[in-house]
Design a protein around this ligand. Structure first.
Ligand SMILES: Cc1ncc(C[n+]2csc(CCOP(=O)(O)OP(=O)(O)O)c2C)c(N)n1
Ligand SMILES: [Mg+2]
Length: 411
């Protein structure tokens, strides 16, 4: 045998537990709420390297907002934020059921991650552009996009704004700063950087936001995006939603030896922050910080949201095959809706009774929208997009061979 005496061993990271075992998050170090200082937005990235390994938290266990990151939202905005998260949760519940009833082929829910997209949206201005994944519908809910249009898209019915061309939940709305979702993971990350570079080249004022999951950071596009963002100081916020799982693959595979996902930004000289993704106040405060950096020409920021995917990956997934059933209950950062609710109750702005009432109101709104959407059809019943739509919207002037095909189809 050539080489040294040591036998080489192939390393494959393993999750702490498997189905049947006891959930164990003792490896997740959680700093005290309020303990991480808030640096000025123009700080030298090398002076805040430790923020890539900590977790910025505002809400403590008692439901108080503490520390330098607290205070970015008014009481009214907090109450709205709670309603947005409750709306997204109710929307998810109904659409999940609609999928089980055969009204759509596919659905992906946000359970446990509602704060990330709902709170982030509040830090943006009209004209800014998100390049989201399929798990950021809170950007639309908190941005006031009509829920009926989301449902029409999910049902691929005659009123589907995307005319049946996209997988259910892959919404798109230029007016609402929500770029078309790509099923090919991470392609949107480099698109976000490119869009931001174009905005800077044109001396515009609008910024871009790239979104990626923990698993999808393993794609080459993630790394290419960081190179361009770093070199050209693109006005972009680069968001990694670490919900611990990439379908059945635990986050340790994509993270490799870097310690945290945020730490990937350090080698590029990009300020990198980790934040409690289940803390609506912390998410908003960090979003505001990163958005201000982009807006002031200070360049990109990389943010890792530490959260947990409570639900299945999608309606095609069964998590009991790869993780203990009680793992979501053991997640140490709690539930984003309950945490914001408790904060508002503690401040005297909310009560359990009003919460129950709000739950019923939110569900009524979702049910009314669903009734309206179903008038336009569902997957196997009612109105469908026109066959004519297949031919529209690709070429400015339709080439002769497509015109011929359209005639043959008789539309
Ligand atoms: C390039 C590419 N590879 C694989 C897939 C299949 N796929 C879809 S979602 C997914 C997991 C993504 O996990 P993560 O990035 O953590 O996002 P999450 O679903 O947890 O929000 C995979 C592997 C894909 N759509 N595109
Ligand atoms: Mg994930």
């Amino acid at each position: 045998m050539a080489g040294g005496d040591t036998v080489l061993r192939f390393h494959v990271p393993e999750p702490e537990v498997r189905p049947g075992g006891n959930p164990d998050f003792s490896n997740v170090t959680i700093p005290k709420a309020g303990s991480v200082p808030r640096p000025p937005v123009d700080i030298d990235p090398k002076d805040i390297r430790d923020l890539a390994y900590s977790i910025i938290r505002v809400l403590n266990r008692e439901g108080e907002a503490v520390g330098e990151w607290a205070g970015t939202l008014t009481d009214e905005e907090l109450a709205q934020g709670l309603r947005h998260m409750m709306t997204l949760r109710a929307f998810d519940a109904r659409m999940l059921m609609a999928q089980r009833q055969g009204k759509t082929s596919f659905y992906m829910q946000h359970m446990g991650e509602e704060a990330v997209s709902c709170a982030f949206r509040r830090a943006l201005a009209p004209g800014d552009m998100n390049f989201p994944t399929y798990r950021q519908a809170g950007l639309l809910v908190a941005g006031g996009y009509p829920m009926v249009d989301m449902m029409n898209q999910i049902y691929s019915n005659e009123a589907d704004p995307l005319k049946g061309r996209q997988l259910p939940v892959m919404y798109a709305s230029k007016a609402h700063g929500f770029f078309s979702i790509s099923g090919n993971l991470t392609t949107q990350f480099i698109q976000a950087v490119g869009w931001a570079m174009a905005s800077a080249i044109r001396n515009d004022t609008r910024i871009a936001v790239g979104w990626v999951g923990d698993g999808a950071t393993a794609e080459s596009d993630f790394h290419a995006a960081l190179v361009f963002a770093s070199t050209y100081r693109a006005p972009v916020v680069l968001n990694i939603v670490n919900n611990q799982w990439a379908i059945s693959t635990f986050q340790g595979i994509a993270r490799g030896g870097s310690g945290t996902f945020a730490a990937r930004g350090l080698g590029f000289g990009i300020p990198a922050l980790r934040v409690d993704g289940n803390d609506y106040l912390a998410v908003h405060a960090v979003a505001k910080w990163a958005v201000e950096r982009a807006r002031r020409n200070l360049g990109p920021t990389l943010v890792e949201y530490v959260t947990y995917r409570v639900g299945a990956h999608s309606t095609s997934d069964d998590p009991s095959a790869y993780r203990p059933k009680t793992e979501s209950d053991a997640w140490p950062l709690g539930d984003p809706v309950i945490r914001l609710k408790n904060h508002l109750i503690r401040r005297g702005l909310w009560t359990e009774e009003r919460h129950k009432q709000a739950e019923a109101e939110v569900m009524d709104t979702v049910l009314a929208a669903q009734k309206e959407a179903e008038k336009h059809g569902t997957l196997h019943a009612g109105g469908k997009p026109s066959t004519r739509d297949v031919f529209e919207g690709v070429y400015e002037t339709m080439p002769p061979h497509l015109r011929r095909q359209r005639q043959q189809a008789g539309v």
